[in-house]
Design a protein around this ligand. Structure first.
Ligand SMILES: Nc1ncnc2c1ncn2[C@@H]1O[C@H](COP(=O)(O)O)[C@@H](OP(=O)(O)O)[C@H]1O
Ligand SMILES: [Mg+2]
Length: 274
């Protein structure tokens, strides 16, 4: 896995972001349809998919692409893949429709069930988060690239600022609310920020948030790219039994509920375990 491959994925993700913004900024508006699970899909989701899918297939010939916007192959077929791309062309479709900018393009390469390379692109901000397993994680903002790292709870407490939790705007708010007292008792003041899409994991990766509890459903394409970034930045994504999140292990594509943490030394199990 090299940075040359990563920079090609970044470039493809930006092209998809441009196609999304063309729809976002269109004065005449765009159509919103409902998917089988009743979640919204727009022309922008499909335009981004139409760019990513062929470009990634060309980048690594023979490596399949699994997209939120294509038919899910049965597990009897995809369970054989030990290397594949998994993409969410537009994560945060609800936020896209609300026009609050909190949506992302997500591309990950999975090897043997683990995300080993990931790119999360934020079109409205023109910010890119990326990571390669064992090599590092980076952010490109205002045209400049810098390395990113998670922060520890002790660092945040020493700064005199509250511990920061990020959570969805749309899903699982009550369950998160119920755990905040536990956090406050153990860690002192806690501030919660609500936000759409995989941006939440990226904030943990860059040391701008300490915890993202996801106590609601997501699919594997929602987390794969940002998990690669978080892990390459020194953090962890664990299910609520504190096992690392893994991919392509079963027929359905749903993730378990999970926690994203920056501080991997802290005993989260003692704090959050039941
Ligand atoms: N019932 C459900 N099953 C699977 N995924 C769900 C879901 N409800 C929400 N999601 C996922 O949660 C994502 C939004 O998360 P958030 O609220 O943190 O922004 C959606 O991404 P899309 O916008 O790509 O559909 C969707 O994939
Ligand atoms: Mg999504």
């Amino acid at each position: 896995m090299d940075k040359e491959l990563l920079s090609q994925v970044v470039s493809i993700s930006r092209d998809a972001g441009e196609a999304i913004l063309e729809v976002y900024n269109r004065a005449a508006g765009y159509e919103i349809d409902a998917k089988a699970d009743d979640s919204p899909v727009t022309e922008a989701d499909l335009a981004a998919h139409a760019i990513l899918n062929p470009a990634l297939a060309k980048l690594l010939p023979g490596v399949p692409v699994l997209s939120e916007e294509s038919t899910l192959p049965p597990f009897s077929e995809r369970g054989q893949w030990n290397k594949y791309w998994i993409i969410d062309p537009l994560d945060g479709t609800k936020e896209f429709i609300k026009r609050n900018g909190e949506f992302t393009v997500n591309v990950a390469l999975i090897e043997n069930g683990e995300p080993v390379l990931g790119v999360v692109y934020v079109p409205v901000l023109d910010i890119t988060y990326s990571g390669i397993k064992g090599q590092g994680a980076w952010k490109i903002a205002d045209g400049a690239e810098s390395e990113i790292k998670v922060r520890t709870l002790a660092e945040q407490q020493a700064s005199g600022n509250p511990i920061e939790v990020v959570a969805s705007r749309s899903h699982g708010a009550e369950a998160v609310e119920a755990m905040l007292n536990k956090l406050t008792d153990a860690l002192g003041p806690v501030e919660t920020k609500n936000m759409g899409s995989s941006l939440k994991l990226c904030l943990v990766a860059e040391g701008q948030a300490d915890l993202y509890p996801r106590l609601a459903l997501t699919s594997e394409w929602d987390t794969a790219a940002a998990q690669a970034v978080v892990e390459a930045a020194g953090g962890k994504v664990m299910d609520i039994d504190f096992n690392v999140l893994r991919y392509n292990t079963k027929e359905d594509i749903l993730n378990p509920f999970f926690y994203v943490v920056g501080d991997t030394e802290y005993d989260w199990k003692a704090l959050l375990g039941s």
